[in-house]
Design a protein around this ligand. Structure first.
Ligand code: UTP
Length: 289
């Protein structure tokens, strides 16, 4: 079972980061010098993915521009001898084969993934949530792909989250298989306190088998009117087709303001160009807090 394609849903309204996300998609908000979605595309490419479908909507053409050629800019960088920058800018247009499809109504993450049906066809595929940036030694989605290729099942990226956060994530019924690999038997999206199965939640990544599309087509909207991907994945889990990988890596939630700041600070501290200066600045600042 080889995984060659990835889907990045980026058609949400991003209401938690308004007004920044009114005209600029939250997936385009920068972490130091790269927009969030670039980290995500690079993670997929580093995991061996060749074809990516980004799910967009009205007002997200900035994403398409970012991964396209910019002839005037490239010309300018060439003539002024800024070869490093030129390489970076041109590299973005050549990262991999990126296609786009529009989710015409914001009907939830499950519906966004359903929009990838004809791109995916009949093979397993990776899903990287467009507002979840994961910084790791081994690319996170690559860790999940390895599990799907080994076990022949869908795989979700999981981590333990504190009790108080569970109601805004999901909760999983899991049993450890080996090291960081788990069987996943059940899952409940946004659980009530009495529904909590464990502190494990799905965070930002999954690899799905194509039977998800038939299931999604029959998944009713949840309480908030959106078609939840978790509800469809639950059917797969209940039929014994789901693994979980507690992936190595730090996840930053670019869909909320605190997550954006954490990403900028932590990535900034390790940035080759400004890391040292930024560390000094933070040290001085922290002594005044
Ligand atoms: P979120 O639930 O975080 O996105 O979805 P949202 O709806 O933009 O968030 P808020 O609550 O309004 O702030 C996770 C990912 O799924 C995409 C989002 O773009 C995000 O990357 N998504 C969500 C879609 O592509 N379509 C949807 O209908 C909903």
């Amino acid at each position: 079972m080889k995984v060659k394609k990835a889907v990045i849903p980026a058609a949400g309204l991003g209401t938690r980061v308004l007004p920044a996300s009114k005209a600029v998609p939250k997936e385009m908000l920068p972490i130091v010098d790269k927009p969030a979605i670039q980290y995500i595309v690079e993670e997929a490419v580093a995991s061996g993915i060749k074809d990516i479908l980004i799910i967009t909507n009205r007002g997200k053409s900035l994403i398409e521009d970012h991964f396209d050629h910019a002839p005037e800019l490239e010309e300018k960088l060439l003539s002024s001898g800024k070869h490093d920058l030129l390489e970076q800018v041109v590299g973005l247009a050549n990262l991999c084969n990126i296609q786009y499809v529009r989710q015409k109504e914001t009907r939830g993450l499950g519906h966004a993934v359903w929009c990838a049906k004809s791109f995916v066809g009949n093979e397993p595929f990776a899903v990287l949530y467009g507002d979840d940036v994961i910084i790791s030694q081994k690319p996170a989605i690559g860790q999940l792909i390895a599990a799907t290729e080994q076990y022949g099942k869908s795989t979700v990226g999981i981590k333990q989250v504190p009790d108080e956060l569970l109601p805004s994530y999901c909760t999983l019924d899991v049993a450890q298989v080996q090291d960081n690999i788990y069987d996943v038997f059940d899952m409940i999206e946004k659980p009530m306190p009495e529904e909590i199965l464990s502190n494990f939640a799905i965070l930002g990544r999954c690899v799905l088998t194509p039977d998800i599309f038939d299931i999604l087509a029959h998944t009713p909207p949840s309480r908030n009117g959106e078609i939840q991907l978790t509800d469809a994945m639950r059917t797969i889990a209940k039929h014994g087709g789901m693994m979980g990988v507690a992936y190595e890596g730090t996840r930053y939630d670019m869909g909320n303001k605190l997550g954006i700041l954490q990403a900028i600070v932590e990535v900034g501290l390790t940035h080759p160009e400004i890391g040292t200066g930024f560390r000094e600045y933070l040290k001085n600042l922290s002594s005044t807090l």
